[in-house]
Design a protein around this ligand. Structure first.
Ligand SMILES: Nc1ncnc2c1ncn2[C@@H]1O[C@H](COP(=O)(O)OP(=O)(O)OP(=O)(O)O)[C@@H](O)[C@H]1O
Length: 813
């Protein structure tokens, strides 16, 4: 999390008026339990940034690879657990205790009153779910009894010493409020308040505190500046990822409306534009040094994140990461490093916090879930455990496709990283973001004071499964089920008891491999809203508190319910995101770290790309008709589906091309290809923007806004030329399996026009049925007819709550 003022614009608290409104509702509510906590949350919204996201427990232990790892690469991935301290100074000195949330006195008393420790009461008192008989659980009993005593003492202490501390709204976790309008928000009244940060294991040697960079900052003590000179990213990248240009301003410019579009524990995300294509808008994830981090550690941490992200950037469900660049000090940023990435429209958290989320059909929620699962499977198939899955780390593209992002604490999970036959490397230490962090990892949370014997090396893959399960439960319940996945959280305890109860009394084989009998039914609170016991099976099996029996990704993919979920995009679908072009490369010695963006003209003059001027002469855009007839001039060699990415082969074809563009012999071919691609993509963008416009009346081609640029003319010409009877891909037959998304779109356009009254018209039904998903324009008779023709509108979720910055953030994108 960055600490500068701009950061606050991203996910700042709701407006005062919104809060007042919510406050009124709460006062009128009959549930005293919920009200008090909610009111507290509302009050706290005024606390600003520290409340914007849930404070993360500091972790002193440190996550590192387990004993079977010869080299602890996880250890290299540390981020300061003092993040908590950094973000939330008020909480410094907060007494550690088994109840994780910091409660002010009012809420705390209420919480205590309603906190059910299943081990204190008779089983039938606490269940209220399932059969009404609690399973006998000897495990941890002694420990819990001891903890109970400690908890009482700490509660007392909190009531006196810690009232008013920033906190998460526990009450939102699983309560159902009398006012249905409030239930939709999975994380509480303030979406920002409740966005959890990632916990980074802090294995920092405290001796490093004297590191000079610790004292370098730009006026805000929470942001530390890297000392000059900034290291060259290429010095930290493997051979096959080395980049032609390493300076942001060589080939990119900041967006004029330069607002941050997101921020996390150690980064701030902004839009940047390619200097060469108007529509080339990308995300710059500017990486910040975290508390106690030395420059060397920063460089290693960031280059590792980049290498992993780039290594995985070959799947439709992974946000593409293109370059690791030096970022100069500008009005918008402090100097440092940043990633150029594919731009997401919003993240899944932002979808889920919308009022309309609760009305999203199950089928669409399952579609989103399956897409996320496919992304996770791809990571696992390629040797990476994500380790920080949460809705905030799932971006939604403008086509409505889910894409995993934030590989900040991801790691290679094989003992020998690129030997996929080597065993799984276990981890130790507190990492991740509660409640998505599983119980076996929470044992390492220093704040919880678990005895060391509870802290066992854990499987990072099981961590991802668990997070996926909690995400699914959250998506269906519209609210997080508990705050922390540990038995210091009453609601988690309730979940654990229900789990055991279901197994002991209803389905003894629930945890058996290959058992696909029904999951828990509506008598279980965390199953009720699913209204489907096959769906509860996958959710509960993924969120199994016991990692040894938890669903693996393979188990999930073998589950019949999971298999029959229809998605609007297939994992082997091509996506249309292209790598930004690098034409200019300022040599390191030429570069002043504080230089500001150069104008495109200057860049052209100073370009070191020998083909730049030539390109202007040789570029001969194809007409859209030509494109429609033979769109597949250039076959992109993409890694599809579950195919393995080569270790460290993150430089994809486009990137390689950018690098190779220095080589004279390939110049003409490359430039032609680039131009063709650009024309095609621009055309598609235009088609997209036409189709995505919620125009109520018939959208005729003639209604295209009158801007007479050549692409638009070509677009008109293409659409008007498409015959009523689709010829699919024109005269050149393309094998079905080689059909790209572009082909599909083109052929789908034909079909659309056929079903419309006129080939020239895109009437309202067609416009509205064209979803934001890649599959939305599926052609029943075309080459993709084998695939499902599912139409989803993942981005069309209404929101009646306005003035929330996170809402405005994505509206403005
Ligand atoms: N490529 C992108 N396009 C659009 N928005 C993005 C992009 N990358 C990140 N964001 C937004 O910024 C937020 C923070 O990004 P990210 O999670 O990568 O940062 P982080 O510092 O690693 O966060 P964390 O605290 O989870 O470790 C995301 O939740 C998302 O809303």
């Amino acid at each position: 999390m960055t600490g500068n003022g701009k950061d606050r614009e991203v996910h700042k608290s709701p407006s005062v008026s919104t809060l007042k409104l919510l406050g009124k509702r709460l006062f009128n509510s009959s549930s005293h339990t919920d009200n008090s906590s909610l009111l507290l949350s509302a009050e706290q919204l005024g606390n600003g940034r520290s409340l914007r996201k849930r404070p993360t427990s500091p972790s002193i232990g440190g996550a590192s690879s387990g004993g079977n790892s010869p080299s602890s690469s996880a250890g290299a991935r540390q981020r300061s657990a003092s993040l908590h301290k950094k973000k939330n100074n008020a909480s410094a000195g907060f007494s550690n205790g088994p109840v994780s949330s910091h409660k002010s006195s009012a809420a705390l008393q209420d919480l205590i009153k309603h906190s059910n420790n299943p081990y204190l009461n008779s089983p039938s008192d606490i269940l209220g779910t399932g059969t009404g008989i609690a399973s006998t659980r000897d495990r941890d009993r002694t420990f819990l009894d001891r903890e109970k005593e400690k908890e009482r003492a700490r509660d007392k202490e909190r009531n006196t010493h810690h009232a008013g501390l920033p906190q998460r709204s526990n009450s939102m976790a699983s309560h159902h409020f009398p006012n249905e309008n409030i239930i939709y928000n999975p994380y509480g009244i303030s979406p920002n308040h409740a966005r959890p940060d990632t916990a980074f294991a802090d294995t920092l040697n405290m001796k490093n505190e004297n590191d000079l960079s610790f004292y370098m900052h730009d006026g805000n003590s929470k942001i530390r500046m890297l000392p000059l000179p900034i290291a060259n990213p290429n010095d930290f990248l493997p051979e096959d990822m080395k980049q032609y240009s390493v300076h942001l301003t060589d080939n990119f410019a900041f967006d004029t409306d330069n607002k941050p579009i997101g921020s996390g524990g150690s980064s701030e995300v902004r839009k940047v534009k390619s200097s060469y294509r108007q529509k080339g808008i990308y995300a710059l994830k500017k990486l910040n040094m975290i508390y106690h981090e030395s420059p060397e550690k920063f460089y290693k941490r960031c280059s590792k994140e980049f290498i992993i992200a780039k290594h995985l950037s070959h799947n439709v469900h992974i946000t593409k990461t293109f370059y690791l660049l030096k970022v100069p000090t500008t009005t918008y940023t402090t100097r440092g490093w940043g990633f150029i990435m594919e731009l997401g429209v919003k993240d899944l958290f932002q979808l889920m916090e919308r009022t309309g989320w609760k009305n999203v059909p199950f089928s669409e929620k399952y579609c989103l879930f399956k897409q996320v699962a496919q992304g996770v499977k791809f990571c696992h198939d390629n040797g990476i455990a994500h380790r920080d899955l949460k809705p905030e780390n799932v971006l939604i593209s403008k086509e409505g496709v889910c894409k995993l992002t934030d590989f900040g604490i991801s790691d290679w999970y094989h003992v020998v990283p690129h030997d996929y036959t080597s065993p799984v490397k276990t981890c130790q230490g507190m990492i991740g973001s509660p409640p998505y962090t599983p119980p076996e990892v929470m044992y390492f949370d220093a704040k919880k004071h678990y005895p060391e014997r509870f802290q066992k090396p854990y499987d990072p893959l099981a961590m991802d499964s668990y997070a996926l399960g909690v995400m699914l439960i959250t998506m269906i319940n519209n609210i997080i089920p508990f705050i922390d996945s540990c038995n210091t959280d009453a609601r988690f305890r309730e979940f654990e008891v229900s789990y055991d109860n279901f197994i002991n009394h209803q389905n003894p084989h629930f945890r058996d491999k290959g058992c696909h009998k029904q999951g828990p039914g509506s008598e279980y609170s965390l199953a009720r809203n699913f209204k489907n016991t096959d769906a509860t099976r996958i959710a509960w099996r993924l969120a199994d508190p016991n990692p040894a029996t938890r669903y693996t990704m393979d188990d999930l993919f073998e589950d019949p319910f999971f298999q029959q979920i229809e998605t609007c995009v297939e994992p082997d679908d091509d996506d249309l995101v292209r790598a930004p072009e690098l034409r200019k490369s300022t040599s390191v010695s030429d570069f002043t770290e504080n230089s500001l963006d150069a104008s495109p003209e200057q860049e052209t003059i100073h370009t070191s790309n020998p083909f730049l001027k030539k390109e202007a002469i040789t570029s001969k855009p194809r007409s859209m008709l030509e494109i429609a007839q033979s769109p597949s001039l250039r076959q992109k060699s993409k890694v599809k589906g579950n195919t393995k990415a080569k270790p460290h082969d993150g430089a994809d074809e486009e990137d390689q091309r950018s690098i190779k563009s220095k080589q004279q012999e390939h110049s003409e071919d490359l430039n032609e290809d680039e131009e063709r691609d650009e024309t095609m993509e621009d055309a598609l963008n235009n088609v997209d923007s036409l189709l995505e416009k919620p125009t109520p009346t018939s959208t005729k081609i003639e209604n295209i806004p009158s801007e007479e640029d050549s692409t638009r003319k070509e677009l008109k010409s293409m659409l008007n030329s498409i015959p009523a009877t689709p010829t699919h891909n024109g005269p050149t037959p393309v094998p079905a399996n080689a059909v790209t998304s572009l082909d599909k779109r083109m052929s789908d356009l034909s079909l659309k026009s056929e079903t419309s009254a006129s080939t020239k018209n895109f009437g309202p039904p067609d416009v509205s049925s064209s979803s934001n998903s890649l599959r939305s324009l599926g052609s029943p008779g075309g080459p993709s007819s084998k695939k499902k023709n599912v139409v989803h509108h993942h981005l069309d979720i209404t929101n009646s709550v306005t003035n929330m910055s996170s809402v405005s953030a994505f509206i403005s994108r």
